[in-house]
Write a protein that binds this ligand. Structure first.
Ligand code: ATP
Ligand code: MG
Length: 421
């Protein structure tokens, strides 16, 4: 037999309630905050990612699924969706379309990584992008949306870390100071960091290797090298978060792997996730729209990893399944009537099911209904058809009542929606 690809998972029916709850919460939260859904393709020309994410990042260096189209064009499965959202924003002139500046997306992303719990090759993200506002309150808006979304799902023990990367003019100056510092500790850094020191020194601060962390403990802090305007922006953001009661901690080491981030950067981590503890992350990326050929457009956004949200989601955070009635029909007269009753129930908006496998005994059908979690079973045999009623069985109390065919839908509806009766 043929197996699925390593790190690419099926989401099976028994997990789907969890996923649907997460997706519904994401859509609801985004919509409450005035964001509109955008659906962008899962593949784009490779150049889009190379230019936006930055050549010396893990994603572009080693994680992209890239292939040649038949005409030789290099294409890539999207490793994240900001690049595609920005491309679409520019291409469709969304900057001048009323209400199209705040976008959200949900969908699969692809990265060639070493698969483990919470790290897959096809994974899913919910993300938002807010275009056009340089206001620190736009940062506060997306940050509070992220926090409230996770909280609303009942996720606790989360840490919200924030930092400022400074604006485009602060970065080069800070990088120079940082590189000077790193040179004094070069022998204590891992090979990867020694290379990153040249290509993307900020990322050294982000290295997970304990020796590198220790060596950079005393590194100069980005937040001590902010221009007055960047400092002001950051102060408004942190004040805004405090005002809204979003708890956060300052993490001067927090840098993003992607080159286009400016000013505010943030990450939410979940203690119970172990090594893959980042649940979601984001920040401001004021330079990206212009870099991709659009007009100067400030922007801020985040992306959350839904596999990690699913791992943290408590069972109690899931909405209860809609109540179910099963129809158990048997006999040459009973079965067709059962099929009609089933259709009546469904057309009335009730969740109804039946065991349509080869005619099985009443006992087997009741067992099947029980496994499906049915609250009620409508029993319809030849006898019931002759007498003109169905036998409505309460699966918990086992009590049965006779209900005339014409009253079945109304009776079931009343019973399912006040099951304590
Ligand atoms: P990490 O440090 O875990 O590699 P990242 O910085 O690469 O994360 P981002 O690009 O910021 O992650 O993506 C945002 C979120 O998407 C992450 O916080 C995480 O929850 C999720 N994510 C990223 N890569 C994967 C993956 N391979 N499998 C599952 N979820 C992922
Ligand atoms: Mg990564």
């Amino acid at each position: 037999m043929i197996h699925g690809i390593k790190g690419v998972k099926d989401i099976l029916p028994d997990e789907i309630r969890r996923w649907q709850a997460i997706e519904a919460a994401a859509r609801r939260a985004a919509s409450l905050y005035g964001f509109h859904e955008i659906r962008i393709p899962i593949f784009e020309v490779t150049e889009l990612f190379a230019r936006s994410i930055g050549a010396s990042t893990d994603i572009v260096e080693k994680e992209m699924y890239t292939f040649q189209d038949r005409d030789g064009t290099s294409l890539t499965l999207r490793p994240e969706a900001t690049a595609g959202a920005v491309r679409a924003y520019i291409e469709h002139g969304l900057g001048s379309v009323a209400g199209a500046q705040k976008l959200y997306y949900l969908g699969p992303m692809f990265r060639h990584e070493r698969p483990q719990a919470g790290r897959l090759r096809q994974f899913h993200q919910f993300g938002v992008e807010s275009f056009g506002s340089p206001s620190p309150y736009a940062d506060v808006e997306v940050m509070s949306l992220l926090w409230r979304f996770l909280n609303g799902l009942g996720l606790t023990e989360l840490t919200f870390e924030v930092n400022s990367l400074g604006d485009a003019t602060d970065r080069p100056a800070y990088k120079a100071v940082l590189v000077e510092f790193l040179k004094t500790r070069e022998d204590r850094l891992c090979g990867n960091c020694r290379r990153r020191m040249q290509t993307n020194p900020l990322r050294v601060l982000d290295c997970k290797v304990p020796e590198c962390r220790a060596a950079t403990e005393e590194a100069p802090r980005l937040t001590d090298h902010l221009s007055p305007s960047a400092r002001e922006h950051f102060a408004r953001v942190t004040e805004g978060l405090s005002m809204l009661g979003v708890p956060f901690v300052l993490n001067p080491r927090l840098v993003r792997g992607l080159d286009y981030y400016t000013l505010t950067t943030f990450e939410v981590t979940g203690g119970r996730l172990g090594a893959q503890n980042a649940v979601g992350a984001g920040g401001r990326y004021d330079g990206l729209v212009k870099a991709l050929g659009g007009s100067e457009t400030p922007a801020v956004g985040f992306a959350v990893g839904l596999e990690r949200v699913a791992l943290l989601l408590p069972e109690a955070g899931l909405p209860p399944a809609e109540p179910l009635i099963c129809v158990a029909a048997f006999g040459s007269a009973g079965i067709p009537v059962g099929v009609r009753v089933l259709d009546d129930l469904r057309r009335a908006g009730l969740r109804a099911d039946a065991d349509l496998r080869a005619a099985s005994s009443l006992k087997a059908q009741l067992r099947h209904a029980d496994r499906l979690g049915a609250l009620l079973v409508a029993i319809i045999g030849d006898d019931e058809v002759a007498k003109g009623f169905v036998l409505l069985r309460d699966m918990r109390s086992k009590a049965q009542e006779e209900v005339p065919f014409s009253e079945v839908v109304a009776r079931v509806s009343a019973r399912l929606h006040s099951p304590a009766e």
